[in-house]
Every structure is written in C-alpha cells, then in structure tokens.
Design a protein around this ligand. Sequence first.
Ligand code: 5GP
Length: 255
Amino acid sequence: MDFLTFMSVFLLLISTSCYGLSENHHGDEEGGLLVVAPAKQQKEFDYFLLALLWPGTLCQGTNHCCSANACCRSNATSMFTIHGLWVNYNDGTWPACCNNGSNFDIKKITPLLGGLQIYWPSLSCNLESTCDGGKGLFWAHEWEKHGTCATPVIWDEYTYFLTTLNIYFKYNITKILIEEGYIPSNSEKYPLGGIVSAIQNAVRATPLLVCSDGAVQELRLCFCKNFEPQDCPNNVTPEEACPRYVSLPEYVPRI
Ligand code: 5GP
C-alpha cells in the first residue's frame, strides 16, 4: 500500500471509528461529596459506559435492611443489575454534574418505575450525593452526575433511563454467562478470560470487570455514541482488578 492510500484508509478509519480526539475535563468524588468541574462549556464526551453490578458480591456487605434496598428482598436477585450509564473521555477522565438545573424529578420517569425497581435497584439503604450537595435516590445520583453529561446524544431524564434499560435488555449479560456455564455459585471459581471471551463473542466488544476479594463486583460494557459496542479501555485500579480466577457469588437474601 503506498503512502497516499495508507493515509486515505487511516483518515477514513478515524472519521468512522468511535474515537475522536479529546481534552481533559472531569469531575471527581472526595469523601462522598461531588467535586465538580464547571458545568459551562462542558466538552462533549467520547463514549458511553454501561456499568452493571453483581448483587451476589455487593450484598455481602449488607448489615441493615430497609424496603429500598434490593439486597433485602426475599426473592433472589441472581442477575446483574444496573449501576448507571456513564459518559467518558478517551483519556480516562469523565465529566460529571453537567447541568445543575436538571435536578432529578421522579415524576418524569413514572412509566419506567416498575422496571427500574427490578433492574436498577439501590443495593444500599443510604441516600446518594446529588449535584447540588444534597442527598437523593440512587437514580437521582446517576441522572444528575452522569446523565446530564450525555448531551448531545441524550438530553432528558426520561430518555436517559429508557435508553439505559434498552441497552441493558439488549445485551443480557447474565443470560450470556449462564448459557456459557458461568453459573452463580458460592463454591466455584471461573477463569476471568473465559468470562471475557463469552461476552466478547456475544457482544463483539471487550468488557471490563471489577472485583472485590476475587469476586465479580461490577461489569462494564462500552458503546460508541450510536450505541454500537466498543472495547472498554482497561483502566481499573490495581485494587479493583480481577484475578485470573474469579467467583460469581450467589445472592443470599438479607432478611
Ligand atoms: P457512581 O458515582 O455513579 O455511583 O459511580 C461512579 C464511581 O465509579 C465513581 O467513584 C467514579 O470515580 C468511578 N469510576 C471508575 N471508572 C469510571 C469511569 O470509567 N467512568 C466514570 N464516570 N466513573 C468511573
């Protein structure tokens, strides 16, 4: 291939790939409070990340119960639940709290509440930080912190929650893993590479797993702005990284 042909192919790939060039601009958390970059002139994000939680691992830390906490439900939640749809920059940072005028309003998602309670439940009794420095529902935290930064793809609260549910159902990670023999178990350990391959084969992109004491705690899928799957960058901290063999603990109700 001569240089001009190479450059044409290269430019075509850049223009059609998910990735663009980005600057650094992010929000972060300190001691549970959101420390937020100025909302004005927020640079557009580069890709979506759907973060899923594994209640079998997270509910092991439950020490008191309340009706809002799905760890306290009597029926087993042996499936990944939704943590949130996040937006990230390619440089490993992310924006947060991009529109303080867009406070969470539960009335705007009334038709979705049945699904959200099952598939996007809180796994704790604690309220979460909101962008105005207050406390609110898990959904309020996710919308205000992440959802408000998803413009120009997602502009409103209802679309944020509906879109997230739709992607979650489209890529049914629990089903994909069970079909490949990765059954929740309190005794088995599974090769991390096998779990990653099962998802790669089904989704056509590489997920990112986060572990706690060798147990899967979170699973992340990444998407271009048109919601086509893309590989997730491997940017977990050493403490969150999964070992070569991981467990997928069964959910034990805490009641
Ligand atoms: P949340 O605040 O939505 O419950 O969870 C986000 C947490 O995940 C924060 O502590 C944030 O620092 C961390 N985090 C780790 N990786 C990412 C990432 O790729 N994108 C975003 N937005 N947050 C991430």
